[in-house]
Design a protein around this ligand. Sequence first.
Ligand code: GRF
Length: 201
Amino acid sequence: MLKVGVLVSGRGSNLQALLEAARDGSLGAEIVLVLSDRAEAQALLRAGDFGVPAEYVAPENFNSKDAYDQALVEKLKARNVELVVLAGYMRLLTSTFLAAFPERVINIHPSLLPAFPGLNAQAQAVEYGVKYSGCTVHFVDERMDGGPIIAQTVVPVKQDDDADSLARRILEEEHRLLPQVVRWIARGKVRVIGRRVLVEE
Ligand code: GRF
């Protein structure tokens, strides 16, 4: 089974979706380690509930971003992690990290990229006035929310939406899309050709 490590910073509802899919066997992958850059992340508790090793790694104990990322890489490699999932991880990864897991780091973002990268994507969508937004799972490269797109789900924006109501509607789809992409990767169905990602039917 594909060994997956998950990086988190907060609530961990996407982590929860992965943990549930792993437990019921539908993920075809095993979550072997959860690492957080925030001590108070609810995600750490969720991992504990599923008996998955979870650790807070304090950024202030390292004197550079590279040193921090190198420590994360060592922890992931020690558990033989083959795929890294960013599930609400709020830090940009360095090239040190990415070089250790080439084409093996994915992220979920709550918009239809390349629209609305960065923070508060749902508020950006409401303010811009788009009629549809959604979520994107993509490979991670050095650009913020800029790597090759693996899959997207479209979600309608309603007239009376605010950022919170739109975020809730998108989140439901995130919880479907992220486990689905991990399942595809675990089954070897995903190929990257330049910026285009092919998923075998
Ligand atoms: C999600 O909206 C995800 O798309 C974004 O951060 C949020 C994390 O939520 N990257 P959770 O921690 O998984 O509940």
